[in-house]
Design a protein around this ligand. Structure first.
Ligand code: NI
Length: 174
């Protein structure tokens, strides 16, 4: 397993649409292992392949708390089948948008069809935190980020701030 570098805004790849996976082979399984390793290493609860620069429709999630046993979940080619009218709100962060939290309202319950690591099709319903997390990650596969829920002005401000922090040069006095 390899910890891969997580891509952050304003990298344009994060806006691209990921391609479906045709077969879950050795390379795909290796990618999934790496996604888990990278997510756990960054203390995230979800990670999509595009966030490590791979435009494939696969994502991993683990919403278990640190004290609990790990509950790794992997979704290949996930599609949303149903969304509840009832909504819930979480303050969401994203490993690709450092130090930024945005309150986002999403459907409380979602039904997802996806392929699992054994190549089997599953349909499952998710509620609460897991529902929000799955929706957030599926958004990544379609090039959508949490900052897209904001006005352009606010979005540009956040990206500017993050870009500045990323190439903060050493300060010297000569
Ligand atoms: Ni994210």
């Amino acid at each position: 397993m390899t910890i891969r570098e997580i891509i952050t805004v304003p990298d344009e790849i994060l806006k691209k649409i990921s391609e479906p996976i045709e077969k879950v082979g050795v390379n795909e399984k290796k990618l999934i292992d790496d996604l888990f390793e990278t997510m756990y290493n960054s203390n995230g609860i979800g990670l999509a392949a595009v966030q490590v620069g791979i435009l494939k429709r696969v994502l991993v999630i683990d919403v278990s708390s640190k004290e609990d046993k790990k509950k790794p979940m992997c979704f290949i080619n996930p599609t949303i089948k149903k969304l509840s009218d009832e909504m819930s709100v979480y303050e969401e962060g994203c490993l690709s948008i450092p130090d930024t939290f945005i309150e986002i309202q999403r459907p409380k319950i979602c039904e997802i069809e996806y392929v699992d690591i054994d190549g089997k099709i599953n349909i499952k319903q998710f509620d609460g935190l897991l529902s929000t997390c799955v929706q957030h990650e599926i958004n990544h596969l379609d090039g959508k980020l949490i900052i897209d829920h904001l006005s352009k002005l606010k979005r540009d401000m956040i990206i500017k701030k993050i870009s500045k922090n990323q190439n903060n040069p050493d300060r010297i006095i000569v």
